[in-house]
Design a protein around this ligand. Structure first.
Ligand code: WTA
Length: 638
């Protein structure tokens, strides 16, 4: 029997679920009215599977809903308490943010950025990142933010795919006291990308940089620029952003989100899940380079006119008390972070958080990966002092916002550590087998979504076919999430990790195929297979099996180093493998497919019997011998 904790915030609105269950379209129709529209929609949902258009005929602007709507009552209210890694801090009011966004929107216009044009943003966690995003949204340009930990090759691929004509970056960003030279990475990334017309450079670290004819300094372009720019009324399905994410193929997918549906989803989930109030101080630790930052750092808190904390750097810098220090300093009431961060904090010991006053907290959340029940309980007891509900929120880059989570702003239900509990109102989720049949309770299956929801992706940038194949071809008229889950006797959902070749390393999404194609592009490598193994802090760590070309005689430490350097420079430091195993052969099926599940089992010390029956008639003896060889290599290493 799982532990159960019932901690509510005093809300009880059964009518919301009732209305949502009886007619999800009318339900979302009502929710959309919480936003400010320039003109109302004529049709709530146009569903031409698998393409959904929400609030058809309505016009809206995300930047207007984040800023203009608050000016009458909240222009003096703090929108962002910004905490720099180096100890500097800034306080930005709704009024100031409004003025900066209008100015920067005029800058973009002066550079001929038009509705529908793409703008790539490669900035550290500084307020200008939010300003740049809201400015794009204001004029109808599509922002595409790239996580500042990605390498030149990764960013080049993304700029090239989106054909961004403007890139916004900084001289550098701070990470663990070191400076990451972002401008230098951009120079390398856009070399020969002639369609990039302008690069705007924010000076954050004052690192010396070389300015080219395309470059303009942020401070220069913001001088003498008018601070009025009215928000452009845009169709509800106008693309707001592209966010690249890893899938099962070598190339990251450009997930495209719209405006009216996405904002409706965020407004509602922020209210239900976080129970947001005017007096709250919200702190989400996600980097804006990932979807959690887009949805629950940028758009959702600003739609609600909330006050939030934005932190620039590493959570344990300069020491293990940094997070609790920030929480105490600003009187944080709601804290939203990742299981990886919590596992790290837990390792540092209870004395550190116990020496801070965290009594302002009233709600805690996690996102991005499964949370181990013992970590959940530590969070509940040590951080929340058994007074705060914990929301374990499940969602994806593609879903736009949360789809499974406890909703203390709506209802009080028993919480079970490790379960995301129930789907949000208006969303039907099933756990099914290969054939789409519901699996019995407490049985592992594939998580699918049975109806469209407002935050869902519009498509994949420039690739409708891939959108159909990846998400909508496995099951008829249902969205395939790529996750395993089970439903328990109470209908609670338990997320059990990815069913495909996507890894979650410290909550970051990384495709095995991307890494493999990087490794095999090394001259000495013939074949490679990458998989994840459990890691007690990061959740999962990467290991790579590598077969060298036959004329490469030895596997030197040097070669291992070269491969790691290559991965760091082609993909980024977050994708560094924990271990590389040089092997003579990889286990394959008769048709030549690498048996990844077998590799994973080997790496996890499981027995071959668990997996040998799966593939297409491969002789068990053949696989057994490769298995034994691999095991020997692994045993020698450890
Ligand atoms: C995983 C992050 C368990 C899941 C918002 C999903 C989770 C992938 C949870 C999406 C959770 C996210 N419990 N697993 N609460 N939240 N995941 O696109 O495997 O970076 O498919 O979006 O993270 O990762 P993404």
């Amino acid at each position: 029997m799982a532990d159960v904790f019932t901690i509510g915030l005093g809300h009880d609105h059964p009518e919301i679920r009732k209305n949502a269950n009886s007619d999800f379209i009318s339900f979302w129709n009502e929710q959309a009215k919480n936003l400010s529209w320039f003109s109302s929609w004529t049709k709530t949902l146009e569903w031409t599977p698998p393409f959904a258009k929400w609030f058809v005929g309505g016009t809206i602007n995300a930047s207007y809903n984040a800023l203009d709507v608050h000016q009458a009552t909240k222009s003096e209210k703090t929108a962002i308490f910004w905490e720099g890694e180096d100890g500097t801090s800034r306080k930005i009011t709704y009024g100031h943010l409004f003025s900066e966004v209008q100015k920067f929107s005029n800058v973009l216009k002066s550079l001929d950025v038009k509705k529908g044009d793409r703008v790539t943003i490669y900035l550290p966690m500084v307020p200008e990142l939010i300003i740049a995003m809201l400015s794009c949204a204001r004029i109808g340009a599509i922002h595409t933010v790239v996580f500042s930990g990605f390498s030149a090759t990764s960013i080049r691929d993304r700029i090239n795919d989106s054909k961004s004509k403007v890139v916004i970056t900084a001289d550098g960003g701070y990470r663990r006291g070191k400076i990451i030279e972002l401008k230098q990475t951009i120079d390398e990334a856009i070399n020969e990308l002639d369609f990039v017309e302008h690069v705007i450079v924010l000076e954050r670290t004052k690192t010396p940089i070389c300015l080219t004819s395309k470059d303009k300094l942020w401070n220069d372009v913001m001088k003498n620029i008018p601070n009025i720019c009215t928000a452009e009324p845009l169709p509800s399905d106008h693309p707001l952003f592209i966010l690249y994410t890893s899938g099962t193929t070598g190339k990251p997918k450009g997930v495209l989100h719209g405006t009216g549906g996405y904002l409706t989803h965020l407004f509602s989930t922020f209210k239900w899940a976080f129970d947001i109030k005017n007096s709250d101080v919200f702190f989400c630790t996600a980097d804006i380079g990932w979807v959690t930052g887009h949805s629950y750092v940028v758009y959702a808190p600003l739609l609600h006119g909330a006050t939030q904390i934005m932190y620039e750097g590493a959570p344990d810098f300069p020491d293990a008390s940094r997070m609790w220090n920030i929480l105490q300093k600003y009187g944080t009431t709601i804290f939203y972070t990742t299981p990886t961060a919590l596992r790290m904090f837990m390792k540092f010991g209870d004395d550190i958080p116990n020496s801070f006053d965290l009594s302002s907290l009233r709600l805690l959340g996690t996102v991005g990966e499964p949370i181990n029940p013992e970590v959940w309980k530590w969070y509940f007891k040590i951080i929340g002092k058994e007074q705060c509900p914990i929301i374990d929120t499940w969602w994806q880059t593609e879903t736009g916002g949360m789809l499974i989570s406890p909703l203390p702003g709506l209802e009080t239900i028993p919480l079970k550590p490790g379960s995301g509990t129930l789907p949000i109102p208006g969303v039907t989720i099933s756990v099914v087998d290969e054939f789409g049949k519901n699996v019995p309770v407490n049985t592992k299956g594939y998580l699918i979504i049975k109806n469209p929801w407002p935050g869902m992706l519009l498509t994949l940038w420039g690739d409708d076919e891939k959108y159909k194949t990846v998400y909508w071809s496995k099951y008829e008229n249902s969205y395939y999430s790529g996750d395993y889950a089970l439903k328990d006797d109470d209908g609670y959902l338990w997320l059990l990790g990815r069913a495909d070749d996507v890894l979650k390393i410290a909550g970051h999404r990384i495709g095995t195929a991307e890494l493999e194609s990087c490794i095999v592009s090394h001259n000495d490598v013939a074949e490679s297979a990458v998989c994840g193994i459990p890691d007690d802090v990061k959740g999962e760590a990467i290991i790579a099996f590598v077969v060298l070309k036959h004329d490469v005689a030895t596997t030197t430490i040097d070669l291992e180093k070269q491969l790691i350097t290559k991965i760091r420079s082609d993909v980024g430091a977050i994708a560094s493998p924990k271990q590389i195993y040089f092997v003579s052969k990889l286990p394959k099926t008769r048709s030549g497919k690498i048996m990844r599940r077998l590799l994973k089992s080997i790496a996890n010390g499981e027995k071959i019997g668990d997996v040998s029956t799966l593939e297409d008639g491969t002789a068990v003896t053949e696989v057994q011998s490769v298995f034994d060889d691999l095991k020997k290599t692994l045993d020698k290493k450890s």
